[in-house]
Write a protein that binds this ligand. Structure first.
Ligand code: OAD
Length: 248
């Protein structure tokens, strides 16, 4: 694969790089995206029935079971070359910040340090009443499990529509976007706020924008470099070209 020399130089020289990832990065690990017409979860299910606080209030068991089903898929999934290339970038770039909307934990499984999880993590649950977080609970219970301290219903520790993002993570993501020289948007449709605004903030503050996505998105016209294709193919090739092929 050929990459513009300007991009390869920028990658080699940048002190600060930030990357935002979305469901497209885990697609090659066999996990479904949300908004794609064929395989997207939201093509088959309605978010308002499954991914809102109101849905959980109405029918906790339905919501719990849907996340349990997704969690099973996550447990079976393994990181793919896109995850590994991003973990490698953390070792190669002086300050590399990885921000993800994914809840699958596959970046960490690939070895990425300090991942900023904007939408939580499906491998954790928390009490819907007191907020106590759990990494272990009765996985195959018939009923929705309850909190050991307050008896409230447990829920997945993810962000639902209509809920705020975790403030410390959001602030760290904004800070990384504000201060980076290169901002990558990878495998995300870029339509869910506030995550989608990070690229525009980075751009306003002078960063160059690199997009890697299977298809064009609203961000594409604003990207300095846009690559259409699979993240698991493009990212490793880019890391290789920038850092492991001697420049001539
Ligand atoms: P989307 O499903 O909206 O977008 C995934 C993007 O990845 C699409 O633009 C695809 O074209 C692209 N894509 C698919 N396979 C790819 C591949 N192999 N390589 C590169 N790109 C690929 O998912 P997100 O943008 O992550 O929120 O969605 C954002 C949020 O909406 C999610 O975090 C979730 C969802 O509702 C919450 O659950 C809070």
């Amino acid at each position: 694969m050929e990459f513009p020399r300007k991009l390869l130089e920028a990658l080699r020289q940048a002190q600060r790089i930030a990357a935002l990832t979305g469901a497209g990065v885990s697609q090659e690990s066999g996990l479904r995206t949300f908004r794609e017409a064929q395989d997207g979860l939201w093509a088959q299910y309605r978010p308002e029935d499954l991914a809102t606080p109101q849905a959980f209030q109405r029918n906790p068991k339905l919501v719990w079971d849907w996340y349990a089903w997704r969690r099973e898929r996550v447990y079976q999934a393994k990181p793919n070359p896109a995850h590994y290339a991003l973990a490698e970038l953390a070792r190669l770039v002086p300050h590399f910040t990885l921000i993800t909307q994914n809840v699958d934990g596959l970046h960490q499984a690939a070895g990425s340090p300090n991942v900023i999880e904007l939408h939580g993590n499906i491998r954790r649950v928390r009490c819907s009443v007191c907020g106590q977080v759990y990494t272990q609970w009765e996985q195959h219970a018939e009923e929705v499990p309850r909190c050991r301290s307050c008896n409230g219903l447990l829920r997945p520790d993810v962000v639902w529509f209509g809920e705020n993002l975790p403030p410390a993570e959001l602030e760290a993501a904004f800070e990384a976007a504000r201060t980076c020289e290169l901002f990558f948007s990878i495998g995300t449709s870029g339509v869910v706020q506030p995550a989608a605004s990070l690229a525009y903030l980075a751009r306003r503050e002078g960063a160059r924008i690199v997009e890697i996505n299977a298809e064009a998105t609203p961000l594409t016209p604003f990207a300095d470099f846009a690559f259409q294709g699979k993240a698991g193919v493009i990212l490793p090739a880019l890391v290789q070209a920038a850092f492991f092929n001697p420049p001539h």
